[in-house]
Design a binder for this molecule. Structure first.
Ligand code: GTR
Length: 324
């Protein structure tokens, strides 16, 4: 005779027999950007793709706009296994694998095309392996764009103009050192607090790509843009190595495929968004200056670059980047 529990168990066995599976608790995916931003759109498409491929068994909950906290908090959550997936910039990845800093150095990649040519090839595979050992499995390389400086009351036109300025940076070595080498003072401020730091007069300048400059509202206060494109760097959709080990091979393949697709989608959206952002900023009165030549900036970065030349593994990567 089957009791209530027996009926349930019987039903479960019957469902397993018909190859139906059960939905699991949603997987949280951290993201700092708001709805509509290329990163967010691509992550939403990733979640939809995974849901479809697993008949709804794997649900991914994209927590956008930094709803779960800022990036350093998300890194801690990943370590504590209270978060499984995130779209991180290199500051987080370089913390796990310090040699990753090499691809965050200023004046290295000419543009995103140059960067993805290498990241989608052998060099990317090498990074993927090191990151997996450091705690992150990369599902897709996203575009972090070309970063330039912008200021409130200062029109930058040359390397000497940086002296004495307080410039907001991400809390990452390459950025802190770069700003010091330009003769300015780095001020580390979380992304979501940069606009109020400008408004409160705590910083004179910041640096970012044009989509973030507009999306985060910085263009409303910091109108003088200096198009240095000093850092061209990727971001990555990652899952913690610990969570990864919990997926079977079939699900891992689904996640990898969806991750790759989402990255290609993101890159496509990105290029459009860069143009739209510039148009918005121009309409709002932002001015854009272009450096005349880059030699003076690159030579100021020498001590930072030299530090990374010393490590043979990093040196090989830097040579590959510069030669390709
Ligand atoms: C954005 C980037 C974020 C973060 C932010 C910042 O462009 O997508 O991951 O790096 O800049 O400056 O903090």
């Amino acid at each position: 005779m089957l009791g209530k529990f027996g009926v349930c168990t019987g039903l479960m066995l019957a469902l397993l027999g018909t190859n139906m599976s059960f939905a699991q608790a949603p997987i949280k995916l951290w993201n700092i950007h708001p709805e509509g931003y290329p990163v967010t759109e691509a992550l939403n498409s990733f979640a939809a793709e995974v849901k479809k491929a697993t008949n709804g068994r794997l649900a991914i909950d994209v927590a956008s706009a930094g709803a779960l906290g800022d990036q350093p908090q998300a890194v801690q959550m990943m370590k504590a296994s209270t978060l499984d997936m995130a779209e991180f910039n290199l500051a987080a990845l370089a913390e796990a694998v310090p040699s990753m800093t090499s691809i965050n150095l200023p004046f290295l990649f000419a543009d995103s095309k140059h960067m993805f040519r290498l990241l989608d090839g052998v060099m990317g595979e090498g990074f993927n392996k090191r990151l997996a050992a450091g705690g992150y499995v990369v599902l897709g390389w996203y575009d972090g764009g070309e970063r330039s400086f912008y200021c409130v009351n200062k029109r930058l036109t040359g390397p000497r103009d940086f002296a004495g300025l307080r410039i907001r940076v991400q809390n990452a070595e390459a950025f802190v050192e770069m700003v010091k080498l330009l003769g300015a003072t780095p001020v580390s401020v979380p992304y979501k607090e940069v606009l109020s730091a400008f408004e409160q007069g705590k910083i004179d300048c910041a640096e970012n790509n044009l989509p973030s400059y507009v999306s985060a509202g910085h263009y409303k206060v910091a109108k003088h843009v200096f198009l240095t494109s000093h850092v061209v760097a990727p971001e990555a959709l990652v899952v913690s190595s610990k969570a990864w080990a919990g997926f079977n091979a079939a699900d891992q393949a689904i996640l990898r495929e969806a991750g790759k697709k989402s990255a290609l989608y993101m890159r496509e959206l990105w290029n459009k968004r860069v143009k739209e952002s510039r148009d918005i900023a121009v309409k709002a009165g932002s001015t854009f200056e272009q450096p005349i030549e880059f030699g003076a900036y690159v030579s100021r970065m020498k001590p930072l670059h030299q530090k990374y030349w010393k490590d043979p593994e990093t040196r090989n990567e830097l040579v590959t980047i510069l030669a390709n």
